[in-house]
Ligand binder design. Structure first.
Ligand SMILES: Cc1cc2nc3c(=O)[nH]c(=O)nc-3n(C[C@H](O)[C@H](O)[C@H](O)COP(=O)(O)OP(=O)(O)OC[C@H]3O[C@@H](n4cnc5c(N)ncnc54)[C@H](O)[C@@H]3O)c2cc1C
Length: 501
């Protein structure tokens, strides 16, 4: 069955035609609701069959009730409903949710605050490259706006005597800020190469195409390389990997196995709890050498050094694996040529997203970048209707794994009064705004191209007002995002300052 039909059967408003129809119908229904004063007209004798269908559809797509109950119950119920729409086998979903519930990533504000209180910026600076180093593991909460970059920076500064002692952690937070800015400036580059590859791989026509997908031995962790198999298992089972493991895994896929970076990026986006198109895809491009001065490669010495030798000592490939040898030797084995870049990549930042709020009642839209009661739009309007929509296009394109959906369910269950829907975000938001008589939509500002696109579609009929996060840095002097170093050079001084009270 074609995807479009399957999704329609499940109640998504997923085609352009449906979107337009839904917008018109939502206006008619809001009017009807105002006229009858009824909040729930299903069963009313004056409804036509089409109107009835619309209301039934609304009920099918309203996930709010799934969030009731204890944690295990609600995660399972919520994920079952969403995963059904993403056509995932039920047994696999149940097993994955059980593994997630037994793990130590719990969505929501309190677990985030507790983890933030435990960070050690000085130990981070010394050990962050070690697999067992003092990294924060805060990424799932940062990605979903349960914590902000400024808040983590402030917490880091509060734990050190000199701001410079938190410098390494703050510069890593800077990478997140940087990738988001690049994503806002060049949204099309999330899936397209920003630069010509810095190196030509050996292999010519034998290289894999995007259509060939992820090789089965990598997906099932049966490559025979102890490190790669362990990383693959950790990714698919837990949804989190250390930064160095992500770099090694990405490098091996792209440069040794010739898997196109887009295929690896899609695999990560599916499984990571912190899956973020900008951070993820631009990191893949950085490894691949399509957004950096040279491709990233690693050898066995490097892996052994930062893993304490755990993998190599038991690896059947020890002594003849793909990454044996010095860097020059390895580079010559992998690449037919590695070129010096002659052109400087210049990326002008996008214009700030701004709109003045009109008078009247807002509806708060909780995007995936702001899943917390503390996110700025919700904080500004704590009494307004707050709506989160799991977007049909997002589910179809990124296929978020059950563990990520369970993390999202945790976050949503922690936001008092939120309504959660499944469908076309613009259509659902327009419908809910009309139903409650909202004059505009208020959303926490984000660089996410998907949110910006939905906001642009909504803005044709309803004003959308972004509310900014407290700033992480002063980027007013940044004119070029072509390289992190150029950006960091302009903003690092301000990023090392705590938020002004
Ligand atoms: C191939 C690849 C894919 C990646 N995909 C993602 C992704 O989808 N989502 C994501 O948030 N990060 C991604 N990263 C960046 C980084 O690996 C993770 O943010 C980090 O490992 C998360 O663990 P942590 O919270 O302990 O990070 P820490 O090292 O403790 O850093 C603190 C925070 O800073 C930010 N951060 C640190 N390093 C980076 C970085 N290099 N790029 C962007 N932000 C950073 C994260 O928000 C992180 O939570 C990717 C890196 C690579 C190499």
């Amino acid at each position: 069955m074609p995807a479009g039909r399957r999704l329609s059967r499940l109640g998504f408003l997923d085609t352009n035609k449906c979107r337009v129809e839904a917008k018109c119908r939502s206006k008619r229904f809001a009017k009807k609701q105002q006229d009858t004063g009824s909040a729930y007209p299903l069963g009313s004798p004056c409804l036509s069959s089409r109107q009835r269908e619309e209301w039934e559809l609304s009920i099918v797509n309203d996930l709010t009730a799934c969030l009731a109950g204890d944690r295990a119950e609600r995660c399972q119920r919520f994920v079952d409903r969403v995963a059904e729409a993403a056509s995932r086998p039920a047994a696999a979903v149940t097993a994955e949710v059980a593994t997630f519930l037994a793990g130590d990533f719990v969505g929501g504000r309190q677990p985030a605050v507790e983890r933030l209180a435990a960070i050690d910026p000085e130990a981070y600076g010394r050990t962050r490259n070690d697999l067992a180093g003092a990294v924060t593991r805060l990424s799932p909460w940062l990605r979903h706006g349960v914590l902000s970059l400024a808040e983590v920076r402030d917490a880091a500064l509060a734990r050190v005597r000199e701001p410079a002692h938190a410098g390494k952690l703050i510069s890593e937070l800077g990478w997140r800020d940087y990738w988001q800015r690049v994503g806002a400036a060049r949204p099309e580059a999330i899936w397209h190469e920003l630069e010509e590859p810095a190196a030509q791989a050996r292999g010519g026509s034998a290289l894999r195409s995007v259509g060939a997908g992820l090789p089965a031995d990598i997906a099932s962790a049966q490559t025979g390389m102890a490190c790669i198999d362990a990383f693959s298992r950790q990714l698919t089972e837990t949804g989190w990997l250390h930064n160095h493991a992500r770099m090694w895994l990405a490098s091996w896929l792209v440069h040794v196995r010739h898997v196109p970076w887009q295929v690896g990026a899609a695999w990560f986006l599916e499984h990571l709890l912190d899956a973020d198109p900008a951070s993820n895809n631009f990191s893949w491009q950085w490894v691949a050498g399509t957004f950096s001065s040279k491709p990233y490669i690693f050898n066995r010495d490097n892996l052994e050094r930062f893993t304490g030798g755990t993998f190599c000592s038991t690896c059947p490939e020890l002594g003849h694996c793909d990454v044996e040898g010095g860097y020059e030797e390895l580079s010559a084995r992998l690449f037919a040529s590695v070129g010096e870049r002659t052109e400087r990549l210049v990326i002008p930042p996008s214009l700030p997203w701004h709109a003045d709020p009109p008078s009247g009642k807002p509806l708060v839209w909780l995007s995936l970048d702001a899943l917390a009661a503390t996110a700025p739009a919700r904080q500004r309007h704590p009494d307004a209707l707050a709506v989160c929509v799991l977007d049909a296009d997002w589910l179809r394109e990124e296929r978020p794994a059950p563990k990520r959906l369970a993390f999202i369910a945790d976050c949503l269950a922690d936001i008092p009064g939120v309504e959660v829907w499944l469908g076309d975000a613009a259509a659902v938001l327009a419908k809910r705004a009309a139903a409650v008589g909202a004059s505009h939509i208020c959303v926490t500002a984000t660089a996410c191209p998907r949110v910006r696109k939905t906001a642009a579609a909504l803005a044709e009929t309803l004003p959308v007002v972004p509310i900014d996060w407290p700033p992480f840095c002063d980027a007013s002097r940044v004119k070029d995002l072509g390289r992190f170093s150029r950006y960091w050079n302009k903003v690092s001084k301000s990023a090392l300052q705590p938020t002004a009270c």
